[in-house]
Design a protein. Sequence first.
Length: 299
Amino acid sequence: MINSLLPDGFDEADDDDSKAAAPVEPRSGADGLPLPEPRFRRVLLKLSGEALAGEAKSGIDPAVVRSIADQMKEVVAHGVEVAVVVGGGNIWRGIAASAQGMDRATADYMGMLATVLNALALQDALEKRGVHTRVQSAIEMHEVAEPYIRRRAMRHMEKGRVVILAAGTGNPYFSTDSAAALRALELGAEVLLMAKNRVDGVYDSDPFLNPNATKFDLLTYRQAIEMDLRVMDTTAMALCMENRLPIIVFNFQEVGNIQRVALGEKVGTMVVTDKTAAAAEAQLSAREAELTALRGTRK
């Protein structure tokens, strides 16, 4: 009777804390040589809804979803624990609807439902590639997703499952950027990965309008706020800054970038605190040298 009330794809063993998570074993590539150790052990990936639409600008492009799933499979193969927050702007934008006269709370709730559609599409693509995946929703809908429960999400990740977090925070007036920052902190992610569509980092001006725009490799939260660079919405930025959660902004459309970021390669733009900026830059350079040497041994 109890099992009949559990979400689809969930069993009591999923939430059994009496069993320790299996130790991470060394991973090997197709050539039999060990894969590089990832820099980050647990990450939260933020995907915008527009990213899933591809060139169509709306709806879900299956080819784009498959590409994202392929990249995420590579990351999981390195032993990285992955949570994903998806947006819904490819299907519905609550702010736009509110501007046209719809009640803001109602428009935002509709946007939350749009993120569930995206989450299910991504789950389907991942599971077709053999990646065990769970969708958790901040708005309960037991027939298609588990409810968001922090400890259960962490347990899934410890077991090597990808956890896709849908419906934002479950509250209107909060963006999925804010949801990504909040969930990253709740789940103990070491970094928030902001996957962008066509933009390979943070620039001092719009690179599509200004061919002389300068890209930042490293940026502090304070600089981003003072220069109004709009890395994410201000609520999410403030949350990351207050809790010293690093952010990496990168172009997910370049195949392999999600894996490169997880391994610690210098990809996109890293946003950190003033106090940790120098250390972060040194770590990036050291990691780049380490990976370059490792590639030389694999040739």
